[in-house]
Design a protein around this ligand. Sequence first.
Ligand SMILES: Cc1ncc(COP(=O)(O)O)c(C=O)c1O
Length: 380
Amino acid sequence: MWQVQLFELNYDDREVQAAVDVIRSAWITMGERTRTFESSFGDFLGDGASCTAVANGTAALHMALLAAGVGPGDEVIIPSLTFVADINVVRLVGAEPILVDCTSYDDWNISPEGVAAAITLQTKAVLIVHYGGYACDMDAILSAVRDKSNGRPIALIEDAAHAPGADYKGKACGTIGDIGAFSFFTNKNLSIGEGGMVVTRTQEMHERIRHLRSHGMTSLTLDRYTGRAISYDVVEPGLNYRMDEIRAAIGLVQLEKLPEANRHRGRLAARYFDLLNGVRDIHIPFRHYCLGTPSYHIFPVLLHESLDRKAVIDGLIEHGIQSSIHYPAFQEFTAYRDGGLGETAIASDISARELTLPLFPTMTFDQVEYVCDTLKKIIA
Ligand SMILES: Cc1ncc(COP(=O)(O)O)c(C=O)c1O
């Protein structure tokens, strides 16, 4: 149906073989491959990152909030322009989401000044998102949290779902705050269908996350199978957010491919920037981004307010091009319509006019040209 999909898997026989090997090994639940995936991902991030593989990115965020002790009566600062998982997990732990606007029309990440202004005595965590794989201004956010916390502990959680392999001034995204949360959902830079990773900085937090992941238990099925343990204690109520061996094995292959896949995304993004440069009615964010190396998760553009976005999307569909929106405003969803979430003018405006163009590591430059030529014709 599509000539250019929004995203295509970067899979070959290596992923197939990895999955087959696990099935042949007859050990399919969390085990040695998961441990290797965790340690390899930690090595990839560097800086002594402790990693815990989990079922998906939402599980990673949920556990991050639980580990930070967020609960009823607490406030959690989140960006307005993000995937609904961020606000959902805040609500699910009984806390109040406090929305902060984008920095500007060029920098769609959460505004550090907005974060500083939103911190109150009830603030228990600040949850930031590296939108599109462009790291937030972490120095400014860290000093906002430090200056406004008055000595109270406020956890800084990085939603790095878009940012595996991205860095901020040379430091890997996901390792800068207190906890990092990655998603390995199908369309992510590291793709295993469903999966995620929690990154922690202290041993105490790491142990907490590992207990939360698996029913609060002190040993795993593998430990008992291999004789490392014969029973277990339950040290706190926990969940089952474990990853299985098949996904961990595919994750190891995807991790090897990630640096080159991200570099190719960067080359494709550069071609998009060139071809859409100066096109009237299209604004491209992060054009002059210089805070680090992005992971180019998506290629978002902002359509002029005179354009009908639905008509543009339909025009692209007629030419076999799939596009998307990152993201609809929370207030558009039934669950959040009457939530008193407050106004964030830039994010609301971006939500109404944003269009995401195809970007994936097996995309060709010809495909980028086709998308840009078609888009230019549609809006002309
Ligand atoms: C910014 C952001 N946060 C969180 C998530 C949730 O990740 P998952 O789909 O793995 O639960 C996603 C992915 O869809 C995302 O894009």
